[in-house]
Design a binder for this molecule. Sequence first.
Ligand SMILES: Cc1cc2nc3c(=O)[nH]c(=O)nc-3n(C[C@H](O)[C@H](O)[C@H](O)COP(=O)(O)OP(=O)(O)OC[C@H]3O[C@@H](n4cnc5c(N)ncnc54)[C@H](O)[C@@H]3O)c2cc1C
Length: 384
Amino acid sequence: MTQFDVTIIGGGIAGAGVAQCAAAAGYRVLLLEKGDYASQTSCSSSKLIHGGLRYLETMQLNLVYNALHERTSLLRLAPELVKPVPFYIPLYKDSSRSVWTLRAGLSLYALLSGFTKLSRYKELPKKSWSVIQGLKTDGLIAVFQYWDAQTNDQLLTNSVINSAIDLGAKAQSYAEFIKAEKLSSGYKVTYRLNKDICEINTKMIINATGPWVNETLNKIYPQIKGCNIDWVQGTHVILDKTAPKKIFYLEVKTDQRVIFVMPWYGKTLIGTTEVLLQELPEYISPHAEEIDYLLSAYQSYYKGELPKIIRSFAGIRVLPKHSDTAFSRPRESIIWQDQNNPNIISLYGGKLTTFRMAAKKVVKKVKKQIGAKKIRANIDSIKL
Ligand SMILES: Cc1cc2nc3c(=O)[nH]c(=O)nc-3n(C[C@H](O)[C@H](O)[C@H](O)COP(=O)(O)OP(=O)(O)OC[C@H]3O[C@@H](n4cnc5c(N)ncnc54)[C@H](O)[C@@H]3O)c2cc1C
C-alpha cells in the first residue's frame, strides 16, 4: 500500500497551504479534494488580502497584525495574483463611526502594518471628494483613503496547489475521503476517486475540510471530539455595472455593519452578509433576504437605477460556538489536536490572508509528531 507522511483532506486554501508547506519541508504529501480545488469557501470569499480594519473594533490586534504582515508577504510572493487597491471610506452625518474613530483606527492599522508603502492613509480634502463618483454626497462629512489588497481566491488556491505539486506533493481532485482507521503507527485512509475505492497509509492526517471539519472527524476511527462550531453564511452579488479600480467601505445604515463594494473583472461585487445557520446545507446558496439586504444597502448609497444582478454566491465561515454576534467572534484559525490522537490535526476557521501562517503552525506540529525531513524549499521565497 502506498505510504505518505501527511495526508491532507480538503483542497481549499487551508489544505493547499499545508500541502505546499509540508512538501517544502520534505514530507511525502497527499492532498484529497472531493470536488474541484477551491470550489467551496475558497472561491466565495470577499477576495481581500487584508489586515481587516473592522477587526480593530473588536480589538483583534493580533489577527490584524499577522494578517497585515501576511499581506506584505503575499504582495511580494504573488505579485500577479495579489494587487494593492485603494479603499475609500465615506463618512456621513448619520454614520455611527466618527471622524476621530476613523483617524484612530487607520493610524493603528498603519502602525500594525509596520509602516510599509501600503500603510499610508489620508483624509481627502473636499475638492477631491469627486473620487467617490456615483455615491450620494448629501450629508457627506469626510472621505478617508487607505490601502489593502485584492486577489482571485480560486486562482490563488490553485497556484498554491501547483506549487505543492512542483515540490513533490500528490494532489487528487474528485477524491472524496471516506474513512480513516488507526493503525499501530499512523492511519489507513480510504477514499473514492471517481468510482474507484483507494487505500493508502499515512503517518498523519490534516483535516482541512472547512465547514465539513467535524463531519470529517466523524469518519475517523477511533472517534475524536472536535470543537463546537457555528456556521455563518456570507453572500455576495455581482452587479452588471462597471466598477472603478477602488473599493468602497460602507456602513449599512440599518445595522451599522460594514460591506464592501468592489471591482471584479470590470463589474461590481458587493458583500458580505453574516447569517447564522442551524445546519450545513447540502448546497450552499444565497438566501433571498441576504440579496435584498445587500441591494438595499447598496441603493442607500448609490444614485440611479439598480443594475442587473449577474451572479450571486455564498460561502460559509466556521466560527467557534459563542453567544456573541458573528462579527465579534475571533477570526483566527484554531489548530486542533486531540492529545490521545495527536496524528490528526484539524483546522477550524481562519482567513484566506493568513493561510501561510496557519500552514506553518500545522507543519511545526507535524515535525514535532513524526520528526523532521530534509528540507526541499523555503516557502517564503517561492513565487506564486
Ligand atoms: C463570505 C466570506 C467572505 C470571506 N472573505 C474573506 C476575505 O476577503 N479575506 C480573507 O482573508 N478571508 C476571507 N474569508 C475567509 C476565507 O474565505 C476562509 O477562511 C477560507 O476560504 C477557508 O478555506 P478552507 O480551505 O478552510 O475551506 P474550503 O475552501 O471550504 O475548503 C474545504 C474543502 O474541503 C473539501 N472537502 C470536504 N469534505 C471532503 C471530503 N470528505 N473529502 C475530500 N474533500 C472534502 C471541500 O470540497 C472543500 O473544497 C471569507 C469567508 C467567507 C465565508
